[in-house]
Design a protein around this ligand. Structure first.
Ligand code: NAD
Length: 362
């Protein structure tokens, strides 16, 4: 684990109150985070990177995001011009212009970029595909925004860990302690991914417990959690089947747990029997109806009629839109690192209102 030292980096003055953000890796997560950042009135996208000219470049151009090359080699930069794209230069050129870089490169690729970010004197945010040990700091908005204030860099935890935090952290805060076992039923691949499987199998993660549950402890060590994971042939969402043990004298009921979650930002509670939303297919159809770009659902979806508390045992299911629940968290993480908003709920409200307005939904 690395030491997290106080960082002397970009400081916002009254003349430069807009945080300049770079996105390194304009893929599934990067393109979504770019839009969420662009929606905010206290942040600007300075540029996004692509490894080579490909169809993702057209999207960046259409959105008006300056395009840079992931690498500094002149031949790789020239390839963009040869393909007809205006390219602002290599990653070093991009880093020289930003306050914070959000690394959205593929899992385990990001760590190699860390020294580059340090050398450029910028703050950095990695994604859940990187290890906690790479940064020594992890982030979810509801769990540990305060700990991340003014840090040099952090890691927004994975989509699964973000989803678990959204429902478990308020429960921990209401009960004082929590022991959790959960089974992660994971989508095989993202919808745009043609290379992964399984297509006709259920594949258990044979390393038990899986890393997903324990990763919650990187943002809330007090939650005693283990998990099992299986991959199933679906692309649209993950599902969690959760069993939580509440402490003696917890004073909660099924209804009070539901009310607690109803007050929690980025959690949606719906009754499957009443709405007809009884599977991840209908959850995603509902998400497309809401009208966000790409049919995203930033919120965690909990079935009201699938929640039951009996004595000390709480059972529930939740569904996670893997491509998007971490997107607004990245925006809040920028504010935490830059020290511009101390209160996580204020940041969350600002982030979500701006994204809604960006999508024409405010
Ligand atoms: P992706 O493959 O869709 O996109 C990655 C992008 O980075 C691509 O455009 C790729 O060309 C580019 N790239 C490749 N090598 C690079 C490098 N060395 N430096 C910078 N960019 C590089 O991947 P993704 O699904 O967006 O995942 C990005 C990160 O987000 C990973 O850490 C992943 O674990 C995490 N994450 C993914 C999901 C998901 O469901 N897709 C959910 C939560 C978190």
């Amino acid at each position: 684990m690395v030491d997290v030292v106080q960082f002397i980096g970009p400081v916002l003055t009254s003349e430069s109150m807009t945080i300049k953000v770079a996105i390194n890796g304009y893929g599934t997560i990067g393109k979504r985070v770019a839009d969420a950042v662009a929606a905010q009135d206290d942040m600007t996208i300075i540029g996004v990177t692509k490894t080579r000219p490909s169809f993702g470049c057209d999207l960046a151009v259409r959105k008006g995001y300056p395009l840079f090359c992931t690498f500094d080699e002149p031949s790789k930069i020239q390839a963009f011009a040869d393909a007809g794209y205006a390219c602002g230069g290599g990653i070093t050129d991009l880093l020289s212009q930003c306050d914070v870089v959000i690394d959205c490169s593929p899992g385990k690729a990001g760590a190699a970029n860390l020294e580059r970010y340090k050398a450029a004197g910028v703050k950095w945010i990695f994604q859940g595909g990187e290890k906690h040990a790479t940064t020594g700091m992890s982030y979810t908005s509801c769990a540990n925004h305060t700990e991340n204030l003014n840090a040099e860099g952090t890691r927004v935890v994975s989509c699964n860990t973000t989803g678990l935090s959204r429902t478990l952290v308020p429960l921990l805060e209401a009960c004082g302690s929590l022991k959790v076992e959960c089974t992660m039923i994971r989508r095989a691949a993202d919808p745009g991914d043609s290379k992964k499987g399984p297509i006709n199998a259920i594949t258990p993660v044979l390393k038990v417990p899986s890393h997903h549950g324990p990763d919650v402890m990187t943002v809330r060590p007090e939650i005693d959690i283990t998990s099992l994971a299986v991959a199933v042939p679906t692309t649209i969402m993950h599902m969690h089947a959760i069993v939580a043990t509440l402490p003696d004298g917890h004073g909660m009921t099924t209804e009070s747990v539901l009310n607690l979650w109803r007050q929690q930002p980025r959690v949606i509670i719906m009754n499957g029997g009443e709405t007809g939303i009884t599977s991840t297919a209908e959850v995603m159809e509902f998400a497309r109806d809401i009208g966000r770009t790409w049919g995203d659902l930033h919120e965690i979806f909990v079935w009201e009629d699938g929640v039951k508390l009996e004595d000390n045992t709480l059972w529930y299911f939740q569904a996670i839109h893997q491509e998007s629940d971490v997107v607004p968290e990245n925006v809040d993480a920028v504010r935490a690192l830059m020290g511009t908003e101390d209160d996580w709920k204020v940041s969350v409200n600002k982030t979500d209102a701006a994204i809604a307005a960006f999508n024409g939904l405010a």
